[in-house]
Design a protein around this ligand. Structure first.
Ligand code: CA
Ligand code: CA
Ligand code: CA
Length: 426
């Protein structure tokens, strides 16, 4: 246990250093950020419930450093990533400062992959003043300090390799310059998620795993249409085969909307909901509020007497109508007058966890949305550009998934396509 703590403390120091660099990088790359003003809720720690007393102490330390978002509480402390500890670090009391900058250029930190994927790695070594270092020896080590590759930089200071994630879970890679005097203290860090679960669907053929409900149809052009441009429609498609795992996940799909009347409305949504059966899912779809509820809302202010949501839910909604509370058919006020994409929880259209504005979304052109769920953090990309990365207190429980959409007095087409989900990432 002594050794574990010693390893852990050194690991945390290194992680903190890497985190400072990460935060600086992320700040410069961020797009517009929206803020969730609702009070924190949910449970973001299970330290009291999990593991032994000594494990709890380790996790307390990790919690303080922010490293805890990677920690899988259901595994033992010996499985934890230890922040780039190498045998060299253990044997050397004074790490060598080599006056180098080293970083991974690709892939992006915290990218998601299917298990057994081959991931091209690329990084660079420069001097402090930014000049490429040619012929620099670099070693790539994993989270256990094991050396995976020994590389040399080219004339641009670039080093390259390929990494295959053999098993699911977080993999941490560290790039360390090596000199004749030994390994340097400078290092680049890269965290990658490898996932055992993959769901992909391009809807080019009538999808057998997906069942239409209400007004939704499969369009032979190769997508799912939730409503068409008629008034007062409610449609959905649910998957009765695949169940999404809890924990980390990456969810990506294409949306197309527009072409309607009276300004266009109401919007559409993709929901993953914790339920015990497909029958329960059909009951949910029966009960779900149309109009401002986008065909998924059964929780919170929209709770229905004939359907009690038994578990959690997470929704990506594309909302093209600003609802304002009126006490009858509109039970919430949207956070903006603009069209918006939001993450809501517990199948409650009033509970916007994070959101951002998409004024151009009703152009009847396809747009890509990617949502990455990390521990207590949500990242959203729109058409390849990151638009949200934000702390968010939520617990993603996984479950059944469905698409839904609705129209009212105003209408639009509501099309989904090209779904890709990576889950079971531990
Ligand atoms: Ca398609
Ligand atoms: Ca709305
Ligand atoms: Ca909304």
């Amino acid at each position: 246990m002594r050794k574990t703590h010693y390893r852990l403390i050194i690991g945390i120091i290194l992680s903190l250093h890497a985190c400072v660099i990460d935060v600086a990088n992320e700040q410069s790359e961020r797009g517009p950020i929206t803020r969730d003003t609702s009070p924190p809720s949910g449970n973001n720690t299970c330290i009291d419930e999990c593991g032994t007393e000594s494990l709890s102490m380790d996790l307390d330390i990790l919690e303080d450093t922010g490293f805890s978002e990677y920690v899988d509480m259901e595994r033992s402390s010996t499985d934890l990533g230890l922040g780039g500890l190498t045998p060299d670090m253990l044997s050397s009391s004074t790490p060598i400062s080599c006056q180098r900058e080293i970083s991974f250029i690709r892939p992006r930190n915290e990218s998601f992959y299917e298990v057994q994927s081959s991931v091209p790695l690329r990084g660079q070594v420069t001097t402090i003043s930014g000049e490429p270092v040619i012929g620099q020896a670099v070693k790539i080590v994993d989270e256990y300090g094991e050396t995976l590759f020994e590389l040399t930089t080219d004339t641009n200071g670039i080093f390259e390799s390929e990494y295959i994630g053999e098993s699911s879970g977080l993999k941490q890679l560290f790039a360390i310059p090596v000199t004749e005097r030994g390994p340097c203290q400078e290092r680049g860090e890269l965290n990658l998620f490898f996932c055992g679960g993959l769901v992909t669907e391009d809807f080019q053929e009538d999808p057998i795993d997906w069942t239409p409900y209400g007004d939704a149809i499969w369009d032979p052009a190769g997508w799912l249409e939730m409503t068409g441009v008629s008034m007062n429609r409610k449609g959905s498609f649910y998957n009765s085969v695949d169940v999404i795992s809890s924990g980390f996940a990456s969810i990506e799909f294409s949306i197309t909307t527009g072409g309607g009347i009276n300004g266009g409305a109401d919007g559409f949504a993709f929901t993953i909901v914790e339920l015990s059966s497909v029958d329960q899912l059909r009951s949910l779809l029966d009960a779900a509020d149309a109009g401002g509820g986008l065909g998924y809302t059964v929780g919170g202010v929209y709770a229905q007497p004939d359907f009690l949501l038994p578990g959690g839910a997470l929704t990506v909604e594309i909302d093209t109508w600003q609802n304002e509370y009126n006490g009858t058919n509109q039970l919430h006020t949207d956070p903006t007058r603009e069209n918006h994409i939001a993450i809501t929880r517990n199948a409650d259209a009033s509970d916007h966890l994070v959101w951002f504005e998409v004024p151009d979304v009703e152009d009847l052109q396809p747009h890509m949305i990617r949502v990455e769920l990390l521990r207590n953090r949500v990242r959203v990309s729109y058409d390849g550009r990151q638009v949200i990365e934000e702390e968010a207190i939520f617990t993603f429980k996984g479950g059944y998934m469905f698409f839904s959409g609705s129209t009212g007095w105003a209408t639009n087409f509501h099309r989904f396509d090209d779904l890709r989900i990576l889950h079971a990432c531990r």
